[in-house]
Design a protein. Structure first.
Length: 263
């Protein structure tokens, strides 16, 4: 009797496993999108109340639990989609976790996600990687092996056909060309200002291409540690795609190259 029961239970488990449908990465990503849309609707409502002059609204304990649950569901579904090879899920997960206030361990994990999406051909991920992860230029170590490898990857992405063209526009955390970090904040509520910044940092494919060319122009040097005609070509391409030179670096670089060529 025990043997028959054990065999029946085993067959039941096999049947359940066979009938259980596997959720695809695309489906996990679609779930994440629905959760993100819900979070966005709730944020829009808070911004509306702020603009109407409502006093600061406190979250109730239940609302806090629901908000935390939504965020956990968003992250979980993005992770599952990313683990299944979904490039956009990997990028959105990196963008969500991209916060310099987080720990060094979190930064490395986020850099790994940007690298993964970059390896899968997403130019936006390469731009995100530069801002959070490629720190050699800050040490003036422009011949650093990792930095040179990154620049090579960036250049290759610009040359290859974009396999993710339909994904754009995509959000960025920072922009050298299309958002002036030094500009005064607009006179509006804190939540509205945050949304305005986020909207300004949703970039098209051409804008990401401008960013990539501007990064190459700024951080690539020749064997003599100087900028040269290749940097000017990168600048020309960036500016042709709409890059704004907020800090006058373009004029400085063009002048420096002109002087170097006369020597």
């Amino acid at each position: 009797m025990k043997v028959i029961f054990a065999c029946t239970l085993f067959l039941s488990l096999l049947f359940s496993a066979a009938c259980e449908r596997v959720v695809t990465p695309d489906e996990y990503f679609a779930i994440a999108q629905r959760v993100a849309a819900k979070i966005q609707r709730e944020a829009d409502e808070r911004i509306r109340l702020e603009a109407a002059g409502e006093p600061e609204i406190k979250y109730s304990p239940e609302q806090l639990r629901n908000a935390e649950g939504d965020l956990e569901a968003l992250v979980d579904n993005l992770k599952r989609a990313s683990d299944g090879g979904h490039t956009l899920a990997t990028y959105f997960l990196a963008n969500l976790q991209d916060n310099p206030m987080f720990s060094e361990r979190s930064r490395k994990e986020t850099c790994g996600l940007y690298q993964k999406a970059m390896d899968q051909g997403l130019l936006a991920a390469a731009v995100g990687y530069y801002h959070l992860c490629d720190k050699a230029y800050e040490r003036f170590d422009l011949h650093n092996a990792d930095h040179l490898k990154y620049l090579q990857s960036l250049e290759q992405l610009l040359k290859k056909p974009n396999v993710h063209g339909d994904a754009y526009p995509l959000p960025a955390k920072h922009s050298l060309c299309f958002f002036d970090e030094g500009a005064p904040l607009p006179q509006q509520g804190a939540l509205a200002a945050m949304r305005a910044r986020a909207v300004a940092l949703v970039l098209t494919e051409d804008q990401y291409r401008a960013e990539a060319n501007y990064i190459l122009a700024l951080t690539r040097v020749n064997r003599n540690d100087r900028h040269d005609s290749q940097n000017i070509a990168d600048l020309d391409e960036a500016e042709a795609l709409g890059c704004n030179d907020f800090h006058g670096l373009s004029a400085m670089m063009r002048n420096a190259v002109k002087i170097a060529e006369k020597q």
